[in-house]
Design a protein around this ligand. Structure first.
Ligand code: HEM
Ligand code: HEM
Length: 175
């Protein structure tokens, strides 16, 4: 195992990473359940929780990117084949982009519905525009499938490193 394999992410980077995963495990199924429910108190409750968790993921991703910009991430381990590190970087970049797209599209869908949104530190309501609300909802649905594909590729890459390349990269994000 190369020495650089053992370079660690900071505890804060690890916290952002695993906490986001935990929230997504709840958030993605919650979204799918939500759209299958008829109007009821249960639907309102699930939608409220979905919005709170979604806005939390939005803030966490923003903090995470600001933190990443000002701190040093451990260098990627040398690629086993040409272009491997570029693929890893593109996957990480796309994951951040998908997280920002899915959260902002959800936020804009609600705002253009003319609903008041609670951003924890302030509340916002804007003039409704139902056409735009529909379009942002389409973006929400597409970015959700994109996110699921990107996470699957990401997990596949980690398993590939662990099993076939015998590089314990998981350690960089856990120990
Ligand atoms: C990472 C964060 C998020 C994920 C993974 C996520 C995921 C989903 C999914 C899977 C659906 C069902 C899509 C479908 O198949 O039709 C959905 C619906 C929805 N999402 Fe999100 N979402 C996120 C963030 C947000 C945010 C931040 C908001 C608003 C502030 C939001 C508002 C909604 C609403 C209102 C619906 C249901 C629309 C309806 O049918 O009335 N979501 N979401
Ligand atoms: C079981 C699920 C997951 C596992 C086992 C896993 C594992 C890892 C590992 C080992 C790394 C370090 C890679 C390296 O630098 O060598 C990493 C980085 C990363 N993971 Fe995950 N991950 C998981 C889920 C997720 C999810 C759900 C997301 C976001 C939606 C995500 C986003 C990222 C990002 C953006 C990085 C790069 C961090 C940076 O340098 O900025 N991961 N992951």
């Amino acid at each position: 195992m190369s020495n650089s394999t053992t370079l660690q992410y900071s505890w804060l980077a690890k916290f952002f990473h695993w906490f986001t995963l935990l929230l997504l495990i709840a958030q993605i199924p919650m979204g799918f359940i939500l759209v299958r429910l008829d109007f009821s108190d249960l639907r309102i409750t699930i939608e409220n929780v979905h919005v709170i968790v979604g806005i939390s993921i939005f803030y966490i991703t923003l903090f995470r990117l600001i933190y990443k910009f000002f701190s040093k991430s451990p260098k990627l381990i040398p690629g086993a084949f040409f272009g491997q590190n570029l693929i890893a970087k593109l996957n990480h970049f796309a994951l951040y982009a998908a997280l920002l797209t899915i959260t902002t599209s959800g936020i804009l869908k609600k705002l253009f519905n003319g609903e008041k949104l609670n951003f924890f530190i302030f509340k916002l309501r804007i003039k409704d525009n139902f056409d735009l609300a529909d379009q942002f909802y389409n973006v929400h649905v597409i970015s959700n499938y994109t996110l699921i594909i990107l996470i699957s590729l990401h997990i596949f890459a980690v398993l590939f490193h662990q099993i076939f390349l015998k590089e314990n990269i998981l350690k960089r994000m856990t120990k």
